[in-house]
Design a protein around this ligand. Sequence first.
Ligand code: DGP
Length: 111
Amino acid sequence: MTIFKKIIDREIPADIVFEDDQCLAFRDISPQAPTHILVIPKKEISAVDALSEEDEALVGHIFLVIRKIAKDEGLSNGFRVVTNNGLLAGQTVPHLHFHLLGGRPLNWPPG
Ligand code: DGP
């Protein structure tokens, strides 16, 4: 069981900003920008490369939730959505998550 599943199950606390039947959003414990929120499916999917066709609507739903949270956070001037997949990308928690980053200029390319 990952730490994110424990957050979903309320076994460990998190600063939750949004929840519905399919997903949960909470502030990252180690924020890299003034707004740094993780949006995760409640379904235990380890990473992008573990997605299957049945997850298509779920991922679309998560992006609409990201859009809503970005609005709520006042990120009208821009924001970034990042998903790390696997070792070389630096994924540390094997539960699919989308980083929503904003509130400062974001450099490109990323590291
Ligand atoms: P990644 O490197 O893409 O796997 O990002 C994992 C993120 O999860 C990282 O930015 C830190 C965050 N994180 C890890 N453990 C916790 C936790 O217990 N609570 C919260 N809120 N965030 C966590």
